[in-house]
Each structure stands twice: as C-alpha cells, then as structure tokens.
Design a protein around this ligand. Structure first.
Ligand code: SF4
Ligand code: SF4
Length: 435
C-alpha cells in the first residue's frame, strides 16, 4: 500500500534530498519564473496572508509571494547561473539546515493556499503557486509535510477518503441522504453522467449532496454515483506528490470507465475540480478522455439549455465567495454570478473584477493543518474586510472546503456571516423544489 512518510529527524540527508528535488524540478518554465522577478512588490498586497498581518498592524516581508520562492531562486542561481556557480566555489553557496527547512514548511504549507491571486497582479506573470508547489513537493519527499496533511492523505490512500469514508460508510451516507431528503440517488448504474461528491460534503454538508441529486433529477439527466470513484478530493495535490495524486485519480478513472460515463460532474470542491479537470489529463494522457464539469458549470449549462427552471427568488441580499481553484484558476467566474442573479433579489458582488476575489484562507490544505491556524485566522481578516464592504451577511459558496474554513474562522472571530451552498439555493428555487 502506498504511504506518505513523515519524519521527525531532520538532518543533512533531508537537506540534501530537498535541494536535489528542487534542482530536478527546474525546467525552462520554472527557470523563467525564477529569473524574471523584478522585486516590484506588487504581489505583496495581493496575498491574503501578508494583508492579514497588515490589518493587525504588522508588516511581515516573509509573507510576500516573492519571498516564498526565494530559497528556490537561490538554488536555481547556484546551479544555472555563472555568478551563482562562482559564489558556490567561493564557499558562499546555499546553506540549508533544519531551521531553514522548517521556515520553508511555514512558507509553503502554512502561509500559501496556492490561490493564484498574486500571479494575476505580477507584471512578469510569475506563477508563484507553481513555485510554492515545488517547495511543497520537496518537503513532502523528505518527510517534512505537515503531519495533519500526511495523516489525512494516508487515510485517503488506505480507506478511500481523507475523512475515512470507505465504501461501507459511503453507502450508508448515500442511504441516509436519500431517506432524509427523499431523493433517489442511483449507485453504480451505467450512466452518461457521474457525480462524485467529496467526503466533506457527505459527512459535514449532506444537504448539498441531496440538493445536487434534486438538481440532476430536475434536469432529467442519466446519472449515477460510484462506489469505486466515490471520493472527489485529492490530497496528493496539497502535498504536491505526483504518485499519490495519480493513485487517487486512478480510482476515479476506473470508476468512470466501469460505468461507461462520458462526463464527470465535480462537486462543490475547488481542488477536486483542479485535480480531475486539469491534473488528470496530464497524468493519464492516453487514457483520460472524460469531460469534467464543475457542478456550477453544469447548472449554468442546464439553465442555458432550458432544462432547469428557476421558479422563485430564494434569498434577499447575498454576496459571493469564489473558490480560487474553480473560479480564478479554473475560469468558472461568470457562471456563479449568473446563477445568483436568478436566485437573489439583490446580488452584491464583493469585487469589481471576479478574478480579484480573495481566498477563504483554508485552501491548499491549510484548513487541515492545525499548526497553520494562526495564519489562517490572519488571512480571514482580509476576507472579512471584503465581506464587510458589501454590508451583506449571506455569502454564497461553491466549495465545501471554503465553507468549512470560512465557518471555522467566522466562529473564531464571532462573525455572523451565513455561508450557503449555491447548489442548495438552486435546489430550493427549482419548480417544486425544497431542499
Ligand atoms: S498563491 Fe495566494 S496565498 Fe500563495 S502567495 Fe500567492 S496570493 Fe499568497
Ligand atoms: S509581483 Fe512578480 S515581479 Fe513583482 S515582486 Fe512579486 S513576483 Fe516579483
């Protein structure tokens, strides 16, 4: 059984392997990013972790996106530039010790959700999440990824889900949801569409799974869930462990093939969409011929085709929290806004450009890592400032992981926002629908 290792002993071996992993990850694209930073500082105010500290009156330059790639940049220079090589020969090369590696854990795993907001403001187009991803991968490879993430990943490898939802539990939850919300959920049927929920929804937001089922029935599609492809999340992405990502996606591929589906409907989960829509075709170039739609894209498509009929407005005033992985990185930004305008008397956007929305603070696995709580909470202050500008308390979401992180942070700060799944709102608004 594949397993991610975790070590407490950090020494020269770990430093050397970390360094070698970084060097091996530098290709032409990465080199271009590392070479082209002009230190303009524009990315600092794009980063919710840097801004969160600012709101608290502290300036911490180590939280800027550019700084998060600094060690990788030094490693690049030492190996691929003349001056870097000279410095190394003169004994002024990169020194990596335990303290430095622990600092990298903070930078890559605690204070970056890989939200991509910094990339959008960078005049050089530097993809900082890509660089942070290399550092994450290097730390994982030497056993230094945060224990909470490693444990959840190993549970996913062993049982099928980071929350320990195995096939038996999956079937029990599906039965419970079916009975509680009086909606049929077909299991392991040959079908055109495969809906893969996340275990976060199954265990913590089951009403959103029931709502999805009602939407599918209303649209009249031929759909199913699968006991093989029963988990949409992929913690391999958080750890940047290619083999783990591949193993978890292999289950999705096998489940989809067995049921002869054509299109996967990814749930309200940001990294699940990234994983199936963008990572999978690269990991399985000859086998992955599946179309992947996020459920919000699916709803938009069905509305366009006249297969869903919104009967009523179900909320008065509402704003929107975008999932970074589905929205900014996945390009699904107009769809949730279109849908919310149908559902709400008054939709108040919190940003002038959808690409500018701010992460929940818990993406990229940060919400799972208890040692990152301080930074997640600081980051939430940036988010809360955006909500408060709208004066609206109802916040629509299309990622269960975001809802988890936002609920947690809002409770910690005693804020009374109400986070609501878009799919649930749609199910409520459909003709005859009450989710
Ligand atoms: S990807 Fe997001 S969290 Fe990470 S450095 Fe950039 S803005 Fe900050
Ligand atoms: S915005 Fe881009 S070029 Fe400017 S400091 Fe940040 S990463 Fe470097």
């Amino acid at each position: 059984m594949m397993k991610v290792e975790k070590t407490e002993e950090i020494g020269e071996r770990e430093a050397r392997l970390f360094y070698e992993f970084c060097v091996a990850s530098i290709n032409a694209e990465v080199a271009a990013y590392l070479e082209s930073c002009v230190r303009c500082g524009l990315c600092a105010e794009a980063c919710l972790f840097y801004m969160g500290e600012n709101i608290s009156g502290k300036i911490d330059p180590t939280l800027t996106p550019a700084y998060k790639a600094d060690l990788l940049r030094e490693i690049y220079k030492e190996n691929f530039t003349l001056w870097g090589r000279i410095k190394k020969t003169l004994g002024m090369g990169v020194k990596i010790d335990e303290k430095e590696l622990k600092e990298q854990v903070k930078l890559a795993f605690y204070t970056c959700t890989m939200c991509d907001r910094c990339t959008k403001v960078c005049p050089m187009g530097i993809d900082t999440p890509r660089l942070v991803g290399i550092v994450r991968g290097a730390l994982t490879s030497v056993g230094m990824a945060p224990k909470d993430l490693v444990d959840a990943t190993n549970t996913a490898l062993e049982k099928g889900s980071p929350l320990g939802v195995d096939v038996t539990t999956f079937l029990q939850r599906i039965e419970f949801i079916s009975e509680e919300w009086e909606v049929e959920i077909p299991v392991d049927q040959k079908a055109e569409w495969l809906y893969i929920p996340s275990s976060i929804e199954l265990m913590k937001f089951p009403s959103s799974v029931a709502a999805a089922a009602k939407v599918f029935h209303h649209a009249g599609i031929n759909w199913t869930v699968s006991t093989v492809a029963h988990e949409a999340t992929n913690f391999g992405l958080f750890l940047q462990d290619r083999e783990v990502s591949k193993e978890l996606l292999r289950r999705v591929l096998r489940g989809a093939k067995e049921l002869e589906v054509k299109t996967i409907i990814a749930p309200e989960c940001g990294h699940a969409y990234q994983s199936m829509r963008f990572v999978a075709p690269n990991l399985f170039p000859s086998e992955w011929d599946l179309k992947v739609l996020n459920i919000v894209e699916f709803i938009y498509l069905m509305l366009e085709e006249g297969r869903l009929h919104i009967k009523k407005k179900v909320v008065d005033r509402i704003t929107l929290h975008d999932s970074c992985q589905i929205g900014r990185r996945g390009g699904v930004l107009k769809e949730p806004r279109y849908i919310l305008k149908l559902l709400a008397e008054n939709f108040v956007d919190s940003v002038d450009m959808p690409e500018k929305n701010i992460c929940c603070g818990g993406g990229g696995g940060v919400v799972v890592v208890r040692d990152a709580d301080y930074h997640r909470q600081k980051a939430f202050l940036t988010k809360a400032e955006l909500f408060d500008k709208t004066g609206v308390k109802n916040v629509a979401c299309y990622c269960a992981n975001c809802m988890l992180a936002l609920n947690k942070s809002a409770q910690e700060f005693n804020r009374d926002y109400k986070f609501i799944s878009i799919v649930e709102l749609v199910a409520d608004a459909l003709e005859g629908g009450e989710s």
